[in-house]
Design a protein. Structure first.
Length: 214
């Protein structure tokens, strides 16, 4: 009986946390990197102390939102990489998936990744730029795993896959941030140009025997 009650409490807590994150998402979509805990609490219909009870502080809320959006982005990137198509097409689809995600929700992107000098939040001195580094590292490590699983890089393959993973994420982030701000070309043009940049050695390596390919 006690176990059932505890399970119900846990389900209720997870549901409440999800509702609070959805409220935070709505505020972030409206206010971008300047979303405040006061505004999020008001959107959720609760007081700020209750919001702190769930997430600790703004850093805790940021990390929860970052995980929520990063998980969804990684799922989409893996789907693009695993699509039944030629390697070049999958590379372009993966780049396009990332760029389409930041284009569709630019305020969320800016909240998660915007440079610190423009996204400094007065509330508790919270600095989005400082907190975004672990998110980029996670993306780099996850992409490195995908590369290591799909292509044979020979000697020191694990290290090289990590170099490539973090390098590609850095390229996507840097180019995407610039493109989102200036829009110097279409998304399709940017995808094609970035794929050309990657297409040197990547086109020459072999798939791992029996693997899903890349």
């Amino acid at each position: 009986m006690e176990t059932t009650h505890q399970a119900e409490q846990q389900r209720s807590a997870r549901q409440r946390r999800r509702q609070l994150l959805e409220a935070a998402d709505r505020v972030v979509l409206r206010d971008g990197p300047h979303a405040s805990m006061n505004a999020i609490a008001a959107e959720a219909g609760i007081t700020k102390p209750i919001l702190y009870r769930h997430f600790g502080d703004k850093g805790g809320l940021y990390r929860a939102l970052a995980k929520r959006h990063t998980d969804a982005l990684l799922d989409a990137l893996r789907a693009a990489l695993d699509a039944p198509a030629e390697r070049r097409e999958r590379v372009e689809a993966t780049l396009d998936t990332y760029l389409a995600a930041i284009e569709a929700r630019p305020q969320v992107y800016r909240f998660l990744m915007h440079p610190a000098e423009e996204a400094q939040l007065p509330e508790q001195g919270f600095d989005v730029g400082r907190h975004s580094a672990p998110l980029l590292r996670r993306l780099g490590e996850e992409l490195a795993k995908v590369i290591a699983e799909r292509v044979d890089l020979g000697q020191d393959s694990e290290q090289l896959a990590r170099v490539w993973g973090h390098g590609i994420v850095g390229m996507m982030h840097g180019a995407g941030d610039w493109w989102l701000g200036e829009r110097p070309c279409s998304r399709a043009q940017l995808v094609h140009s970035l794929a050309d940049l990657l297409w040197g050695r990547l086109a020459a390596v072999s798939d791992r025997p029996g693997g899903p390919g890349f």
